[in-house]
Design a binder for this molecule. Structure first.
Ligand code: G
Ligand code: G
Ligand code: MN
Ligand code: NA
Length: 254
């Protein structure tokens, strides 16, 4: 069993490592406001392996740096393809603690942007509270440098980690993504609904966009509309899909 050995090959193999894209939509109009890129590994013998299983393996090795670079390269190539077809689609890429805290990361991103010809404001990164809190000073410095390239940051899975109010104040972030555990049971759990509503208010007061993840039904959309949440993402709108499938959807909505 050598998942790491297999990953080393997979990272360089476009047949094995691909990206799927999940739409993020405006709560009030249902319009597409961007997509989240999600890594997919198709192992030649085992079939699909979930990122939930292989990201933790990468996270404890330097292969993570190469993986993140490949993901960014694929995402930017797709953004470029969509731009050339007349679609301005902002893409969010998940970035692990190890990559965010790599001192070379912001320069690598700047180089990849320049190579791709994609404007930096079409790229954003999603980082978890854990990644931000494990070394806040380094994370803050990285986020400031990314901003110089036009790249904004979102806090992913918001509410499940432990960001203190101090860091929410200091972190140069643009968006909060409320963890799906709160959104999923909002309809039947008053405390989840209260937490979602107060997070939306907190985010807005800090000048941030707020995204609800895990929106699975119309009842959740209705609740988010009442609460005033900006953006929604979840199976109710679309599952993560191939670039081809999303391109078809972009053509249909034009
Ligand atoms: O897409 P899915 O639900 O299988 O993703 C499972 C987890 O893997 C999520 O937490 C998601 O953020 C993470 N993930 C998916 N793609 C990437 C990626 O390209 N880089 C990192 N660091 N995490 C990813
Ligand atoms: O941790 P992160 O938010 O990056 O995880 C993203 C993952 O969440 C995606 O890979 C996707 O598979 C999953 N996801 C997206 N929408 C929904 C949803 O509506 N319900 C559930 N249960 N999972 C979702
Ligand atoms: Mn994410
Ligand atoms: Na998330």
């Amino acid at each position: 069993l050598s998942l790491l050995g297999d990953l080393r090959r997979a990272v360089e193999d476009p047949e094995q490592l691909t990206l799927h894209y999940q739409p993020k939509v405006a709560v009030d109009t249902g319009e597409l406001v961007g997509v989240e890129a999600l890594a997919r590994w198709h192992h030649p013998e085992r079939g699909p392996v979930s990122p939930a299983d292989f990201i933790p393996v990468l996270e404890v090795t330097n292969l993570m740096h190469r993986f993140t670079e490949r993901v960014l390269t694929m995402a930017l190539r797709q953004a470029r393809t969509w731009l050339d077809a007349g679609h301005r689609v902002p893409i969010a890429v998940n970035v692990s603690a190890r990559s965010l805290l790599d001192p070379q990361f912001p320069d690598r991103v700047a180089t990849l942007l320049a190579d791709s010809g994609v404007p930096g404001d079409l790229l954003s990164i999603e980082v978890t509270e854990y990644a931000l809190m494990s070394d806040p000073d380094t994370a803050i410095r990285a986020l400031h440098r990314l901003r110089e390239s036009g790249v904004k940051a979102s806090i992913d899975d918001y509410g499940t980690g432990y960001s203190s109010m101090t860091y929410l104040k200091l972190l140069p972030i643009a968006e909060l993504k409320i963890d799906r555990s709160f959104v999923l049971d909002m309809a039947d759990d008053n405390s989840s609904r209260a937490l979602v509503a107060s997070t939306v208010e907190l985010g807005h007061r800090l000048g941030l966009t707020v995204v609800a993840e895990g929106v699975e039904d119309e009842a959740a959309v209705q609740a988010l509309r009442e609460i005033g949440c900006d953006t929604a993402q979840g199976y109710h709108f679309a599952k993560p899909m191939t670039a081809e499938a999303l391109t078809t959807q972009l053509r249909e909505t034009l």
